[in-house]
Design a protein around this ligand. Structure first.
Ligand code: FAD
Length: 477
């Protein structure tokens, strides 16, 4: 029987894993995960994402073991480790799933060449997107630049049905040198991630559970409440999707199935809105594939000359949630505490950084990379360039989110603000969005001393808006 190395990468699951499925069909399975700090720096390089990876790997290791398959863990250069495992096991083939980050694509191509030269069979599978990217080109055979057209195109394409967990998997039965998950050095030495356990359950089992909870609770409210940060009506699956703990195709078909049995118009709308978000993810990957400079360069040429101000002091206040704008501060503190921010608030804090403070989206994107458990190179770059106005089909630059109006609209009673900015917890809803407007006696009764217990706004909104528009005028023509 053929001996096949199943190289796990960002498809850390047993269900709907075409790599594992095909290997199970064809031969003896040697499951492998290699952590290469140097190769992953740009794509999985933060403490938050590595914390996630550590725990996802523990689950993967356990789930494989339950099927009689010991996971081989290695640390170092991917090609060297794969070559060494191939020699130790006398493997015949290496199977793995596609990734789309620019450096990883060229690394994988080098690895493929080298393995082929050694006489191994190499097969690449598609595991983490709904569609094959080359099937999503427009009539001119070019990538879509407008989301609505992209969305329409996806609506006429079909998504492969998910595969189940293979039943009969034959394991390689000799022992090979391996490490423990803890030897990979993925956990932060700072310890700020200790509290993540309160919020997350990384890995395939946690993902499936979360999906179940979402379909029975959040999904029905998705269309109405998904912009309300205190409503718990989104799936919170992004980190699971980023590591492939759960299959996006399985989610797609599960939702489509619900759509068929549901009769309520409201549920249909929620399902449609949710599918649309999955297509935004797909759109982000298409941008990464066809415009890989998205990670570091504005996609709109004129933004290369944008007069970013930069300010270390204001950047620090933004990072710490001390801008004096309660909704912005709540978001930044939620991020630090939990490793995530609600999508609506991501837009608000990103707009505040790039437009109110005129600090480059790249600095914001780096901070998100360090702190998000769901950091995903494609989604993050698209999100930041969208907000900054420099991306494809981005928000127009002159659309400057007003953090006070956003706050009144999406957190009217200040539930979200009170949770993450406890020093404002007692302030009546009328003033919670702009506490500097509260009368002195109200502030006193609520134990708030502006400038001491909570900062005054670091910048005036109207002034910031005008300044941002002037900066944009410099690059407009
Ligand atoms: P749900 O609303 O339940 O959506 C389901 C899934 O669809 C998500 O898990 C995600 O995979 C995908 N999705 C949802 N919204 C978007 C979107 N706007 N763009 C692309 N995919 C989307 N998402 C990341 O996964 N990683 C990031 O690093 C990331 N950085 C972002 C940075 C900025 C500045 C902005 C504005 C958005 C960013 N997003 C990122 C997109 C979005 O905020 C998150 O995907 C979403 O908040 C995750 O919550 P959820 O899983 O509950 O989403």
């Amino acid at each position: 029987m053929k001996k096949i190395i199943v190289w796990f990468r960002k498809d850390l699951r047993l269900h709907d894993n075409p790599v594992l499925w095909e290997a199970a069909k064809q031969g003896i399975i040697i499951p492998v995960f290699i952590w290469s700090e140097e190769e992953e720096r740009e794509y999985a390089g933060s403490e938050a994402t590595r914390w996630w990876l550590h725990h996802t790997l523990l689950t993967l290791e356990r789930n494989l073991k339950a099927k009689g398959l010991p996971l081989i863990l290695r640390l170092g250069n991917s090609l060297e480790e794969l070559t060494s495992i191939c020699k130790q096991t006398k493997a015949d083939a290496v199977f793995f799933a596609e990734r789309f980050e620019p450096f990883i694509i060229s690394r994988d191509s080098e690895i493929t060449k080298s393995l082929l030269l050694r006489g191994l069979e190499v097969r690449l599978f598609s595991a983490n997107l709904l569609f094959t990217p080359s099937n999503l080109l427009n009539q001119k055979n070019e990538p879509y630049k407008v989301f609505t057209s992209f969305w329409k195109k996806t609506m006429i394409e079909s998504v492969n049905l998910p595969l189940s967990v293979p039943v009969n998997m034959v394991s390689y039965n000799k022992s090979i040198p391996t490490l423990r998950v803890s030897d990979l050095g993925l956990l932060s030495t700072i310890g700020w991630d200790e509290k993540f356990h309160m919020y997350w359950d990384p890995g395939e089992n946690g993902a499936i559970k979360k999906w179940g909870n979402f379909t029975s609770e959040g999904l029905s409210r998705y269309v109405k409440d998904r912009d309300i940060p205190s409503s718990s009506s989104t799936s919170l699956l992004s980190a699971h999707l980023a590591w492939g703990d759960i299959s996006v195709r399985a989610i797609w078909h599960s939702v489509k199935g619900l759509n068929e049995i549901e009769s309520s118009e409201y549920m249909h709308e929620s399902i449609q809105a949710f599918l649309r978000q999955l297509i935004w993810r797909e759109f982000a990957y298409n941008q990464l594939i066809y415009f890989p400079t998205i990670l570091h360069t504005p996609l709109r040429e004129k933004f290369k000359k944008f007069p970013w101000r930069g300010s270390d002091e204001e950047f620090l206040k933004w990072q710490k949630g001390l801008t004096g704008y309660p909704l912005v501060d709540a978001g930044m503190r939620e991020l630090w505490e939990t490793g995530t921010i609600h999508n609506r608030i991501r837009m608000v804090v990103a707009s505040f950084l790039t437009k109110h403070l005129l600090i480059s989206w790249e600095e914001g994107s780096e901070w998100f990379k360090k702190t998000l458990v769901d950091f995903d190179a494609a989604n993050n770059a698209m999100g930041w360039q969208w907000v900054a106005g420099s991306g494809i089909d981005a928000a127009p630059y002159f659309r400057i989110f007003n953090p006070i109006i956003q706050s009144k609209k999406f957190d009217p009673d200040g539930i979200y603000i009170r949770k993450w900015v406890p020093e404002l917890a007692k302030i009546p809803s009328k003033y919670i969005h702009e506490p500097w407007k509260a009368p002195k006696n109200v502030l006193m009764e609520c134990d708030v001393v502006l400038g001491k217990t909570y900062p005054l706004p670091i910048i005036d909104h109207s002034f910031a808006r005008m300044r941002a528009l002037e900066a944009y005028a410099q690059i407009k023509n």
